[in-house]
Design a protein around this ligand. Structure first.
Ligand SMILES: [Zn+2]
Length: 301
């Protein structure tokens, strides 16, 4: 089928090429995710950090982003918007690929870049996206998932000291990192690197749940100080203080009113009948009503 006029492109031809393009795209994406910083898109160079969603960053690029969240534009917010500070990421302890060490000098740079820099310290599988890898949240050590699983399953098979414990207790028990000995939880501390979309949504849900639980405590302490101390004070003060303030005001105003009334009475008592007739006599309301008389009266009084 050489496009010589006699061939009509079949559906399969079109779909196949599309599928090939998609495959190539996927391969590129995989390579990009495992070899390049998710933020800067530069080649991953240690120190490398990973976020709770298993994304890989060059630490310097992430620092740049944290200092200026606009530094990588909209892409930065999409890729690392969930990272609030360096506390949210873990610096990874990676195992260098022996292949890059030995052959690196003799190879051309282009070839060398194709070689995965890191391997699983348990299985020596290369970290290139073909195998699922994960890091341990407490220590940042990176292993292939198969390596971790083979370890834990080997442990389970061992009828050792902890053999009598039930499977439930085994899950609750903290495992020890095979590389550095740090304790980690098998259920929550194994963070897959560059996870599948399903795994990522799980990780995101876990991250949000964790943040809703943990930082709320600290946030509550911080925010609750103003919230729990101030607003309750306001709440307490508004019902209690308002009545206390108001009676004070009422009392003082009442006192003022009564003193004024007394003065008025004294004045009235001392007033001549003529003046009284001007001001207080209800039989002459017209004079009382006039603004000028009232004004002159008060001025004279
Ligand atoms: Zn470790």
């Amino acid at each position: 089928m050489g496009n010589d006029g006699g061939s009509i492109p079949d559906r399969r031809d079109l779909v196949r090429t599309k599928a090939k393009a998609e495959q190539a795209d996927k391969a590129n994406q995989t390579r990009a995710r495992w070899f390049f910083c998710a933020l800067s898109k530069r080649r991953l160079e240690e120190p490398i950090v990973a976020c709770p969603l298993g994304r890989l960053f060059n630490k310097d690029a992430l620092l740049e982003f944290l200092l200026d969240r606009a530094s990588y534009g909209a892409d930065g917010a999409a890729v690392a918007g969930h990272i609030r500070s360096l506390k949210d990421v873990k610096e990874l302890k990676l195992t260098a690929n022996p292949a890059t060490k030995g052959k690196g000098k003799g190879r051309g740079e282009g070839e060398n870049e194709e070689t995965p820099k890191f391997v699983c310290p348990l299985t020596f599988k290369e970290m290139n996206g073909a195998q699922p890898f994960a890091y341990l949240a407490p220590c940042g050590c990176v292993f292939s998932l198969s390596g971790l699983k083979s370890l834990s399953s080997a442990k389970e098979k061992e009828p050792g000291k902890e053999g009598s414990t039930t499977p439930e207790k085994d899950e609750e028990q903290l495992e020890l990192c095979p590389q550095c000995g740090a304790k980690y939880s098998k259920s929550t501390d194994i963070i897959p690197l560059n996870p599948s979309p399903d795994d990522e949504s799980l990780l995101r849900a876990r991250m949000e749940a964790k943040r809703a639980a943990e930082p709320k405590k600290s946030k509550k302490r911080k925010a609750a100080d103003p919230e729990s101390s101030d607003p309750p004070k306001k709440k307490k003060s508004s019902p209690t203080a308002a009545p206390t303030v108001n009676p004070n005001i009422a009392a003082t105003s009442r006192a003022v009113v009564t003193s004024l009334a007394l003065e008025e009475a004294k004045r009235k008592a001392g007033m001549s009948d003529a003046v009284k007739s001007l001001y207080g006599d209800p039989s002459k309301p017209k004079q009382k009503e006039t603004f000028t008389t009232m004004g002159t009266f008060t001025r004279y009084a």
